[in-house]
Design a protein around this ligand. Sequence first.
Ligand SMILES: Cc1cc2nc3c(=O)[nH]c(=O)nc-3n(C[C@H](O)[C@H](O)[C@H](O)COP(=O)(O)OP(=O)(O)OC[C@H]3O[C@@H](n4cnc5c(N)ncnc54)[C@H](O)[C@@H]3O)c2cc1C
Length: 392
Amino acid sequence: MINRDIIIFGGGIAGLWALRRLVDTGYDAVLIEKDKLGGDQTLASQGMIHGGQKYAITGQVNDHARSIAAMPERWERCLNGSGDIDLSATKILSPSQIMWPAGGMLSDMAVFAAAKLVQDDTVKLERAAWPEILKGHPHFKGSVYLMKEEVLDSKSLLAALAAPVRSRIYKGSVSTLDQDGSVTVDNVTIRAKAIFFCAGQGNEDALRFLDINDRKTQRRPLKQVMVSSVPFPLYAHGIVGNPKPRMTITSHPGADGGFVWYLGGDIAEKGVGLSDDEQMAFACRELQDLFPQIDWAAKDYAVWSGDRAEPFSDKGALPPGPYLHSIGNISLGWPAKLTFAPGFGDLVMERVKDLSITPTTSGEALPLPHAEIGQYPWEKATWKKLNNARSA
Ligand SMILES: Cc1cc2nc3c(=O)[nH]c(=O)nc-3n(C[C@H](O)[C@H](O)[C@H](O)COP(=O)(O)OP(=O)(O)OC[C@H]3O[C@@H](n4cnc5c(N)ncnc54)[C@H](O)[C@@H]3O)c2cc1C
């Protein structure tokens, strides 16, 4: 039996953030990932650090918007090396995000209202400062606003988090979990004073091991679309009168010097009921309508289908913030958003304090292999040209 202070299961943003906070505080913590780091949601995310504007835009000035508002400043400190965790090696894809009206007069008013709501750090751009794709639009005339909220390259973020604690990150498959804190991972038995499942969908495994049948988790599906190659980057929310942005676009450098556009927002939610081919064709029509100067039917397309894994809400809603559900010394955690990682780290630290765990010196290495960082959806996608996708 190997003893450790703390075991974390799951190597997405939540598990890695928790590991860094714990190890930096002196705990003998290890992380066990079943496959690749960031493998499910984190590397599929759009990497956007939200400060509540997105929710203000959609009229949801609710608990979620309020609790997320403090996060960008904490990220800022981490990214410049002065925060809870030094993330200065993280690549920033864009220092800001754009809001543009993506659906006629009504959307121009929606963008204006959103900008008013969050006026402090939202700037109306002169035409000369618009993103290239809007400057080149044949008849776009709306108002374009800039939010000072970063878009991160999530792979470099995971690398920055993992680098100082690489030797504590393992790959393995858990097969037993006992309430007393002992687990079996690939025939290795380890006992810990606290266990944190930060495993996204894998938190459902922990509930099964513990024989807990109450509904504690929910999944909300998305069907994101990837388009390649686009000559300009864009990090933007296309606002309409609807609660959700018509399209949220991030851009990721491609091998040919162009960009893969990664499309989320309303299009990814609406697309859940469509086949992959239907969703790609829908995205193509939407893009043709939004940016008619480009022949979108000539591009390559791919989709990413997956779930957002969250704590259960009887309304199926987005949780207001990061969440930790503890059963004795075993906890299940969800950051709810990449943005909430600093707040999630605080919850883990509070729980360890509540359990009065005193740090011990590190034990021997576990006899398990080390986990590697995973791939972005566009690095492992099956790309295809569309048939009959040209917009009507
Ligand atoms: C398409 C999409 C776009 C998003 N965009 C944004 C955005 O722009 N901004 C934002 O703030 N948030 C965004 N989010 C939300 C954000 O990505 C997630 O909230 C966050 O990444 C969840 O992190 P996690 O570490 O909890 O889970 P995950 O990233 O899913 O990591 C869980 C890890 O646990 C591992 N695992 C599973 N089961 C086990 C097990 N039994 N044992 C060991 N390991 C296990 C998995 O392999 C995985 O590596 C987005 C989400 C999606 C799906």
